[in-house]
Design a protein around this ligand. Structure first.
Ligand SMILES: C[S@@+](CC[C@H](N)C(=O)[O-])C[C@H]1O[C@@H](n2cnc3c(N)ncnc32)[C@H](O)[C@@H]1O
Length: 391
């Protein structure tokens, strides 16, 4: 793709935008036929692809309509909300974004700083500079292998190594350049990594931050000692609430209570469940399981709060009858520590009631256990409308 030629085709983009419809296959076909009468076919095809990528990009970027994207670049790009959170932890001055891609991180890092963007791919590099400018950043670019760049004089470095190659997704923990290379950089560094990357790979003194948007765990960031503020941390966006895993009094283990907390995946990955329990006065129902219970309702950004309406040892025979008594017509099944075929269970329950509940399959002190819960934040199906709910 000749990205500069494409960027010059503003009348094509204007014509596509003027159509106003979402670009389905059908719409693309009709628009393509019309636009090819006045524009070269390859340019029309590229502009339609770009317009579709911008539509998809709107899920990650508030200004996607002005950006230039490749499919692979968009898929690997950090969402704007995550990039902004990370950039806010960076110092001012001179920063280098190594492996900048289409600039998903750069657009948050560059404004207010002197930024250098480095990538092997010249199309990505062009897009990164353009996209950073859309957000008000002025960026110098360097088409190079990041290993060949002199980082002397930079106040901080961000690296988002590629985790895909031409052959597809790399194995967990593998990347280009490898994590070990990133860890050896002698500048203050933040490295974006897959959320599943093994804690054991992270050097001592580095912070392992897990970032979720609502309950969707997006990524891990590894902060070098100069930028680290904790050992492990869970951050939940958009609020930015953050919880540091810390040592403390052991958390009590006892039978389930009337309220269940289902910790955010960032909290479980960061190993911060015990810290959450201490903060909200919760107990565990099993030593190895991340569910917590409280005796009164607790609302926290770090967990989903559910009201327990039935709690009993797991008994598949009793369950359909109990759910019928509770007027349950639909269940979301949440499993931790208990295996089972969820689809087969759904079929066996033969639900006919009117209420939706969460059926929690778990263990209580290692014993298979079932909890029927409602979500108090969902006002359309409140627990008070459930027959047989404990007061
Ligand atoms: C995961 S993407 C970066 C995504 C970017 N942070 C964003 O949010 O848009 C990785 C990028 O690294 C580049 N890359 C891979 N190996 C490289 C290397 N050795 N030197 C420079 N760039 C490299 C790829 O071309 C790709 O654009």
């Amino acid at each position: 793709m000749d990205v500069e030629r494409l960027a010059g085709a503003s009348e094509l983009f204007a014509a596509i935008a003027a159509d106003g419809r979402p670009i389905t296959d059908e719409v693309a076909l009709a628009l393509g036929t019309a636009l090819r009468r006045t524009h070269p076919a390859d340019l029309v095809a590229d502009a339609l692809t770009q317009a579709r990528l911008r539509e998809r990009g709107a899920a990650k970027f508030s200004r996607a309509a002005e950006m230039f994207l490749t499919r692979a670049g968009l898929e690997q790009a950090s969402p704007e909300i995550v990039a902004r959170h990370r950039a806010a932890r960076f110092p001012g001055g001179r920063v280098a974004d190594l492996c900048c891609g289409i600039g998903g991180d750069l657009l948050a890092l560059a404004p207010g700083r002197e930024a250098l963007a480095v990538d092997l791919d010249p199309v990505h590099l062009w897009m990164a500079r353009h996209n950073a400018a859309v957000y008000g950043g002025v960026v110098s670019t360097c088409e190079s292998d990041v290993r060949d760049v002199d980082l002397g004089g930079f106040d901080a470095v961000f690296v988002d190594p590629a985790r895909r190659s031409a052959g597809g997704r790399m194995r967990l923990g593998d990347s280009e350049p490898p994590l070990e290379w990133c860890f050896a950089l002698d500048r203050p560094v933040a490295v974006k990594a897959a959320p599943g990357v093994d804690r054991a790979l992270v050097p001592a003194g580095w912070e392992h931050e897990f970032v979720a948007v609502d309950r969707d765990l997006k990524e891990a960031v590894l902060w070098s000692p100069a930028l680290a503020t904790a050992g492990a941390r869970a951050t939940v966006l958009p609020s930015g609430d953050t919880l540091v895993a810390a040592d403390g009094e052991p958390v009590e283990v006892r039978d389930p209570g009337p309220w269940l907390l289902d910790p955010n995946p960032a909290v479980t990955r960061a190993g911060a469940v015990a810290e959450l329990a201490r903060r909200v006065g919760a107990w565990q129902i099993d030593e190895r399981i991340a569910f917590l219970c409280t005796s009164s309702r607790v609302d926290t950004p770090f967990a989903r709060t559910l009201q327990v309406v039935d709690s009993a040892p797991w008994d598949q025979k009793r369950l359909p009858r109990r759910l019928a008594e509770l007027d349950v017509g639909a269940v979301d099944i949440r499993r931790r520590g208990l295996a089972g075929d969820v689809d087969a269970l759904h079929k066996r329950l033969k639900l006919r009631g009117s209420r939706r509940v969460t059926l929690v399959m778990t263990r209580v002190r290692d014993r298979p256990w079932g909890l029927v819960c409602t979500d108090p934040s969902d006002t359309t199906k409140g627990p008070d409308r459930l027959v047989g709910a404990p007061s």
